[in-house]
Design a protein around this ligand. Structure first.
Ligand code: F6R
Length: 272
């Protein structure tokens, strides 16, 4: 094996055979981030992809004493226009699926405020809150079938910061499943971290599952860096871990190579 292969590759792609295995890998990386400094900060995606990871983190909290007591967490995005208390508000979703089930202090759960009268100011304040905790240590991402990360839809600036965005019709259709398949109920606008905000995090972990994500994952990892595939901006970041199942990885040209690199990684350095 070449010594270079023992180093952390800029973009590490780990291909797993189950959602449970993905959940364990992500949870290991979160544990590493939590241990990395006294008051660590996490970035949290909502949606389906991270749920096995959140379930594993809850299990470790309940059974192994994993603590989030000193941590802060920042949501990637929030819907605009839903009534207060709506279960699909991402703050409600993450509380129910994760943060209320571990010992994260609710005051340390940050999310863009969709009720603010002045959205640009609330977006600037969100950026400021991230800076006040000295940045995000590990940020968990999913990917949209149109290549979005957070809700940076195709054509988003690769340098963008937290701001309002209009969802594409494809994203609204994908997310209608959370709104009883009622497309009209899916908000048209969101507040989202920008791609620049995301790239500032120290470690990016993108979880990708299912065949429907195979094309966008291949474009993001192996295609050109382009605003038309916002996830391709991850190629600019020095530390990215992509955790994909076999179906999502099925269109990657170098999947055998990624498996070889991971298999050859010294055990203690796996996914580090
Ligand atoms: C959600 C978010 C989105 C999702 C993406 C994939 O907070 O930032 O980018 O990660 O739409 O969603 P799922 O995982 O439901 O396929």
């Amino acid at each position: 094996m070449l010594e270079a292969d023992r180093q952390e590759p800029p973009m590490e792609v780990i291909i797993t055979n189950s959602h449970q295995a993905s959940g364990h890998l992500v949870a290991d990386l979160v544990c590493e981030a939590l241990a990395s400094r006294a008051c660590p900060a996490l970035g949290l995606a909502t949606g389906s992809s991270p749920l096995p990871a959140y379930a594993e983190l809850i299990r470790r909290h309940e059974q192994e004493g994993l603590s989030f007591a000193n941590a802060a967490a920042f949501l990637l995005d929030e819907y605009l226009g839903l009534p207060g208390g709506h279960p699909q508000l991402y703050r409600s979703f993450i509380q129910e699926q994760f943060t209320n089930r571990v010992d994260l202090d609710e005051g340390n759960l940050f999310s863009p405020d969709p009720t603010a009268s002045d959205i640009p100011t609330t977006c600037a304040q969100y950026e400021q809150q991230i800076q006040e905790v000295v940045g995000i240590d590990l940020l968990i991402l999913g990917i949209g079938s149109d290549g979005h990360i957070a809700f940076n839809e195709p054509s988003s600036s690769l340098a963008s910061r937290t701001r309002i965005k209009t969802l594409t019709q494809a994203t609204r259709q994908d997310n209608a499943r959370f709104f009883s398949d009622d497309l009209d109920a899916v908000p048209k606008h969101v507040i989202t971290m920008g791609i620049g905000t995301i790239l500032d995090a120290r470690h990016l972990v993108m979880i990708v599952t299912g065949k429907a994500k195979a094309n966008c994952l291949a474009q993001a990892v192996e295609g050109p860096i382009t605003a038309m595939v916002p996830a391709s901006a991850l190629q600019l970041h020095p530390r990215v871990t992509v955790i994909a199942d076999e179906a999502a990885a099925s269109k990657l040209k170098l999947s055998d190579y990624y498996k070889q690199v991971y298999a050859g990684k010294p055990r203690l350095a796996r996914h580090r």
